[in-house]
Design a protein. Structure first.
Length: 158
């Protein structure tokens, strides 16, 4: 008879408690191993996709560098035509000076960021840890005082 046909289950169990606990433990262990295998497969797949994305992103970066280089050549020649300079070097000089100015501004901004971020210590996390420690110590002191109070009270009663 099948368990779903409406008949009551037998009065005695066919397996002992020890066997049932062993089966549950074995199945729980199998479930955990399968979950770990699934997590490994998922992480491997994501790292693979991230690696491919990084490779394509690097290619895009190379193309971008070449494109910017060509743009600066275009801009230098455009300046030569715009101001009707007969030689090519004045346009390139202006572009070079503009690039140096942009580099100096970027370096100054980076210096300010580094200055505001140094030293790289997690100040908020340290402060929170100190508060947590103080709270835990206050609770420990409170718990230590309760038994002492009871002991004193018991000694007084006796």
């Amino acid at each position: 008879m099948s368990p779903g046909d409406g008949t009551p289950p037998p009065d005695t169990a066919e397996k002992s408690i020890g066997e049932i606990v062993s089966d549950v433990s074995e199945k729980a262990s199998l479930l955990v191993r399968q979950e770990i295998d699934l997590a490994k497969a998922e992480v491997t797949d994501k790292f693979s996709k991230l690696g491919k994305g990084a490779g394509v992103g690097a290619a895009a970066g190379v193309f971008l560098v070449f494109g910017i280089t060509m743009f600066f050549h275009f801009f230098a020649l455009f300046l030569n035509d715009l101001f009707d300079w007969n030689t090519g070097w004045p346009g390139y000089l202006v572009v070079t000076l503009l690039l140096f100015l942009a580099a100096a501004i970027a370096a100054f901004v980076a210096y300010r960021f580094f200055q505001s971020g140094a030293p790289p210590t997690p100040d908020l996390a340290i402060e929170q840890a100190k508060k947590t420690r103080a709270d835990l110590e206050a609770q420990r002191i409170h718990h230590d005082q309760v038994p002492r109070t009871l002991e004193k009270g018991e000694e007084v009663k006796a």
